[in-house]
Write a protein that binds this ligand. Sequence first.
Ligand code: DAT
Ligand code: MG
Length: 138
Amino acid sequence: MSERTLVLVKPDGVQRGLVGEVVSRIERKGLSLAALELRQVEQQVAEQHYAEHDGKPFFGSLLEFITSGPVVAMVVEGPRAIAAFRQLAGGTDPVDKAAPGSIRGDYGLEVQFNLVHGSDSAESAEREIKLWFPDLGE
Ligand code: DAT
Ligand code: MG
């Protein structure tokens, strides 16, 4: 059974020219793209996207970072797409948690600048896809 997940190449990844690398890894894994768009993140979308982190010490800087430059937002599709992309991304901390061979493990150094986002559950994926791509059909 196919599922969908919301993937972002965050401003650091776009700025460093890693969009193609991320898309390439997604495609090589066997996942496919249902939507892809370069866009500037509005404050309101950023707040809703990261609502679960409201109140944490890094919330302010997280919003500032995600709105600091264009991101590439994608809907990625395939069998177990949510877990599959989380595996491609690697753990949140690019040094302590992300293994070499993962996107964060290969290209990241700091937790704040960890290059990509991927939905963490079916519920998050549904919520995030609605938020980022409200017009995308089933
Ligand atoms: P993930 O992006 O792996 O799902 P998360 O949802 O826990 O991780 O956190 C969202 C983002 O917030 C994460 O990609 C980077 C930032 N972040 C998380 N923990 C942080 C911390 N301790 N200090 C600074 N930024 C942090
Ligand atoms: Mg998360």
